[in-house]
Design a protein around this ligand. Sequence first.
Ligand code: GLU
Length: 503
Amino acid sequence: MSGLRVRFAPSPTGQLHVGNARTALFNWLLARGQDGIFLLRIEDTDFDRSTVESDRSVLDDLRWLGLTWDEGVEAGGAHGPYRQSERLATYREHADRLLRDGHGYYCFCSAETLEADRAAALAAGRPPMYAGTCRRIPVHDARARVDAGEPALIRLRVPPHRSVAFDDLVRGTVRFDTDVIGDPVLVRSDGIPAYNFAVVIDDALMGITLVVRGEDHISNTPRQLLLYEALGYQPPRFAHVSMVLGPDHTKLSKRHGATSVREFRERGILPEALVNYLALLGWSPGANEELLPLNELARRFRVEDVGHSAGIFDPEKLAWVNRHYLKLASAERLRELSAPFIEAAGWGRAACEDDRRLLEALVVAAVGSVDCLADLPDRVRFLFAFDAETALAVSAIEAELTTPSARAVAQALAEELAGSEPLSTRELFRDAAARVRQKTGAKGKDLFHPIRILLTGDASGMELDLAVPLIEQAAALPRDSGLPRVPTAAERARAFVARLGAR
Ligand code: GLU
């Protein structure tokens, strides 16, 4: 163990955002690369917005990404509990301590007063900060008012005219003047600790040595440092990493499409692709070496090397990374992962060994041309959703098949396949095509394009050498198959010829 202790501290108020997943990943890479501890704490003190569903789904998504934690929620450890809602007594003790030693004080200003002060400051072009109205209320008076039931906040007394500085591992020295920091709220009037308060107590008591988080928290850090000082705790080091932005350089949000890990997962982006892509947002593992497994990324990762500028989320690049990992995935895994997409398209699910074999051959053949598994049904429609009538309703297809040459190809193909053995290999398919060429004189595009439409019902798609044997394999599935009954190549050609006769 190196003594490095890092943490990820999500608030369970929604799905895990890819920007937060990247923060989790950077922490994980540091812990794994430096033999440290990666801790997971849930910051669920916002009782109005935190949900059990979100809590569960964040944990599930982290595990799915492979970002397992050594200590924390569900994993346990010596510094628990690891959900802030279960630590309220600890926060109360710390608040009492600060009140006793004068670092904290009660504030009785109403929400309306505070809001009016804020609006006035903004209107005057001043930074909105607490005016310090209740700072000078004598302690025993304040106590008496609280004991009499008057609602009160607890604030930290920020020392005036001081400079608070820290060496950020990504940004270098960051300095704030305490005169622009209003006394932060530590505990709200309902007794719930504020983020800045709970986070300091937890990071201190959980022995965190380095805090890696989004730069949206950078203005919280001086407040937190003042709290460490007031509490007499040793602060950790900090690294504030840039935000993940959309292609238009605004914060990545719903407007840009998918933003949560769950959405990418449901589209059939592989976890190893998503983490690899997220690692590349603002960091580079080395020249021309982008596609690397997690353990290798961990070996190379240094938070000091993360760029200052924002990571621009590029869906095209994610698709490229995903295509790489899809090609590496085993047929069995691809079949399992694509099953929900096949099922959602209404094509059932594998019920026997033959089904599984067919689906594996099918996904292996189709996966080279998809960005994610959600694209798969469209690539295999030719197999499960063949319909000559629907195809001929497309005017370009009808025009193409009703030329004299294509009609002759259709006729010859149907005759050739009638009574012949199934075209279950590419060679058998090529031989059949060669005989059609001999009979009709059609060649090249004039031969293969009509054949493609006749056998797949579509003007484009995967190579016929691959598609045709798959059609025959699917058509021969046994009675206990869980997949739709699929017409043979011969039946497909015949269906077209029958319909072309009437046109
Ligand atoms: N719960 C905070 C958030 O999700 C954690 C911030 C921090 O890492 O300190 O933004």
